[in-house]
Design a protein around this ligand. Structure first.
Ligand code: PLP
Length: 435
């Protein structure tokens, strides 16, 4: 896709005027169920015949039940699949639900997950506690230590996982190298693209097999709707690589072999018919509709987030009281080279920085801002600030904090769309007040 196609796709991909009413805006199909033509039609849909999983099918009455598919969320799903360059997408109730949906399909008791350590705190906890309760071991490796990934993978590895821009250290691993390591070992590369969005990075172009993202953040962009998405690149050789839910006769779905039946789209069909059906973690039609409205302006917003963040990072870098600034767009950033290779159009809206004085000063800056909001979210149109060590990462041990890159002085900033001078003036007075 050329860089400009995204401006058209955010408006048109996956949606046509509603065939029933002509409505140009996407309708909200707020329904649980769909009337079958007759008993044969019902039986055909339950057998997954006649491609009941595509948006085109959803338009023509090939729906079963809204826990598995819904025409409104399918519009969003097809749009996100196109934006990421994938072949299928499942929207979920939250970003975490998308991670769980993929983990449910790929990992069973006794398996392990090899993951970069620079992670969102919730993902870290999911791996260390939730996955563990199900007998799945998380193996954390230094995000940039490629030999460590190689060493940690064994025959029970379910997937290799990393974030495009790791939260909160904002490191970008060498995605192509990670894909090569994973594929040499016959496991998929699973990427959290939340901080980049498809406007800045399309991980499938660099070898990823699956993407998840929290649509709660920049995809939506106004902090009013929790949601997630799991996107399938298509064509991963699941059967060859021994993924039983997808590549073997599946007793949980009357013996269907998703790989044989659906070829390149095997994961998408399995995620919907096995995953969403049994976990019930689908996105609601209303949330899908709201997210579609906001997605239309993603490229415009993401560009401004990135431009504003660059200016704020440069200001912080020049501030005498600021001891360090992490922004992937700065040449001083540890993975500036990877970020420049894998991100296009800009470096995103996230900055972390530290001010002399450590823990207390970090907290006082958060208490002193007037324009920025102190809260636990990122990717809002408004500028957001938080002190992770005392909040989002509070429950991690010192060792875990260190592995995730959360130092005591670290302040995390999600740079919004306001006038950049106002954002800088607010930070200026807050740093003055704290120091
Ligand atoms: C990088 C990243 N991934 C995933 C999530 C989880 O998303 P959600 O809150 O939609 O479950 C978050 C939430 O902050 C995040 O920052």
């Amino acid at each position: 896709m050329s860089d400009d196609d995204i401006y058209t796709d955010v408006l048109h991909a996956g949606q046509e005027p509603d065939p029933a009413t002509g409505s140009r805006a996407p309708p909200i199909y707020q329904t649980t169920s769909y009337v079958f033509d007759d008993a044969d039609h019902a039986a055909e849909l339950f057998a997954l015949d006649g491609e009941p999983m595509s948006y085109a099918a959803a338009y023509t009455g090939k729906n079963i039940y809204s826990r598995i598919m819904n025409p409104t969320t399918m519009m969003l799903e097809n749009r996100l699949a196109k934006l990421e360059g994938g072949i299928g997408c499942m929207t979920t109730a939250s970003g975490m639900a998308a991670l769980d949906l993929a983990t449910f399909l790929l990992a069973k008791t006794g398996d392990n997950i090899v993951t970069a350590s620079a992670l969102y705190g919730g993902t870290y906890t999911y791996f260390t506690h939730t996955a563990k309760r199900r007998g799945i071991e998380a193996r954390f490796v230094d995000t940039l230590d490629y030999d460590a990934y190689e060493d940690a993978i064994d025959e029970n590895t379910a997937y290799v996982h990393a974030e495009t821009i790791g939260n909160p250290a904002l490191v970008t691993p060498d995605l192509e190298r990670l894909a090569a390591i994973a594929h040499d070992n016959e496991v998929p590369l699973f990427i959290d693209n939340t901080f980049a969005t498809p406007y800045l990075c399309q991980p499938f172009e660099h070898g990823a097999d699956l993407i998840w993202e929290s649509t709660t953040k920049w995809i939506h962009g106004s902090g009013s709707t929790i949601g997630g998405a799991l996107i399938d690149s298509g064509g991963t050789p699941w059967a060859e690589w021994g993924y039983e839910e997808i590549g073997e006769d599946n007793p949980a779905y009357h013996g269907i072999n998703f790989a044989e039946e659906f070829g390149d789209a095997a994961f998408t069909f399995a995620a919907r018919a096995r995953g969403l059906r049994d976990l019930g973690n689908q996105q609601s039609p209303f949330d899908g509709w709201v997210t579609m409205q906001k997605l239309e302006s993603l490229p415009l917003r993401m560009q401004r987030h990135s431009d504003n963040a660059m200016a704020v990072a440069e200001y912080l870098e020049d501030h005498p009281a600021v001891s360090w600034v992490n922004y992937p767009g700065l040449e001083s950033h540890e993975t500036h080279e990877n970020a420049t290779k894998y991100l296009k159009n800009g470096y995103g809206g996230m900055i972390t920085f530290g001010v002399e004085g450590g823990y207390e000063v970090g907290r006082t800056i958060c208490d002193s801002v007037e324009l920025a909001s102190l809260l636990a979210n990122v990717g809002d149109a408004k500028t957001l600030i938080i002190h992770p060590s005392s909040t989002t990462h509070q429950q991690l041990s010192d060792e875990e904090k260190q592995a995730s890159g959360v130092t005591d002085d670290l302040v995390r900033l999600s740079v919004g769309l306001e006038a950049v001078d106002d954002i800088i003036a607010d930070l200026d007075q807050a740093i003055d007040a704290a120091t």
